[in-house]
Ligand binder design. Structure first.
Ligand code: 89Y
Length: 345
């Protein structure tokens, strides 16, 4: 089977890691890079062996005619550059969060549907090893239909050191991180029927947006009560476990805990079964981000199978629109101090 030829848009922190993850998966070849600052694209291409450099994305699409684009720009580039791919009927994977507003996200999904061109979102959280183990354990039915769950991501890690652009986001914690946990919650418990959110801006000097969020949702047909707790704050913590998401789920037949250091514990009447789901260690990954960065490999595998027409991907643009609806409903809920309701078909 021929390699798919792809182009990367963007040359920042995540672009480097995602290129390495594509190379780990194989079956693809990065043939060009675009960045609006040519110097940055050139440095990236030199360091990582990408043959062609562009500072004009449309020119790249016209001349290189890639089989797909991985749009790994900051949020400001997501809509414009993805729509350019739709215009040229080039399949596109857009970095999360898909867009800076729900209106933009809807427009992007509609443009690709109209162009009959595949559109995906790079949403890797549900592919993290412990999260995947949680999803599979829930789907096995071992604890029955859950009635309550908590996903939490509370850290004092200096996330802005590697990703300074996050400092300036007016809407920070939910667009950057909440989007991941909301997507994972959908994979675990189904679509939300209602959502309530509270936000705080605290203990994060120099950060524009809110950095602490608490959400309560009723999810799936069973209306499972799902709480999400998120914080990037300098709160003194006994144990730091960035970037792990911890979880506790209760069902009629038992409970599941995702604990620090990748432990998954399933407790039923028979007792507790514990197993560690540590992420694989790749030489190209930053060891501090292992669980997040290694999940790009199965995420890319899923997207590649869809790009080859073998099966549908989990994180299509259309599917991710449901996650985006929750992100912006959460901001509305916090602003109005009100419960938001959704219809699930
Ligand atoms: O940008 C975020 C992401 O996608 O994963 C973790 C992160 O780097 C900081 O919240």
């Amino acid at each position: 089977m021929n390699n798919l030829r792809f182009a990367i848009f963007g040359s920042g922190f995540w672009a480097r890691v995602q290129l390495a993850a594509w190379r780990e998966v194989g079956g693809v070849e990065c043939v060009a890079i675009y960045n609006r600052s040519r110097d940055k694209a050139e440095a990236f291409a030199r360091e990582l062996g990408v043959p062609a450099v562009y500072d004009d994305a449309e020119k790249l699409l016209r001349e290189v005619k890639p089989d797909f684009v991985d749009n790994i720009t900051e949020i400001g580039g997501h809509k414009l550059l993805s729509l350019l791919c739709a215009k040229h009927r080039v399949p596109c994977i857009c970095q999360k969060p898909m867009a800076a507003s729900l209106k933009d996200a809807r427009q992007m999904v509609a443009a690709f549907a109209k162009a009959r061109t595949p559109f995906f979102v790079h949403e890797n959280w549900r592919w993290q090893r412990p999260m995947r183990a949680l999803i599979e354990t829930l789907r096995s039915g071992v604890i029955g239909t859950p009635f309550r769950a908590r996903l939490s991501f509370i850290t004092g890690f200096d996330v802005w050191a590697n990703q300074p652009a996050l400092r300036d986001l007016e809407q920070f914690i939910l667009t950057d991180l909440g989007v991941h946990l909301l997507d994972t919650a959908r994979a675990c418990f189904g679509e939300a029927q209602s959502l309530y959110c509270q936000l705080h801006k605290t203990l994060a000097p120099g950060v524009k947006g809110d950095n602490v969020a608490t959400l309560l949702m009723a999810m799936g047909e069973a209306k499972t009560s799902v709480t999400l707790e998120l914080a990037y704050a300098k709160t003194p913590l006994e144990r730091e476990c960035f970037p792990q998401t911890l979880a506790f789920v209760e069902g009629p037949l038992g409970s599941i805990e995702v604990a620090d250091d990748y432990w998954l514990r399933i407790t039923t009447k028979k007792g507790t079964h514990s197993r560690r789901h540590a992420p694989p260690r790749f030489a190209w990954a930053d060891p501090r981000y292992d669980v997040a960065q290694s999940s790009m490999v199965p995420c890319h595998r899923d997207l590649l199978a869809a790009l080859r027409g073998e099966r549908a991907a989990e994180t299509t643009g259309a599917d991710n629109l449901k996650t985006m609806e929750l992100v912006f409903a959460a901001y509305d809920s916090a602003r109005k101090d009100a419960v938001m309701k959704f219809c699930i078909a």
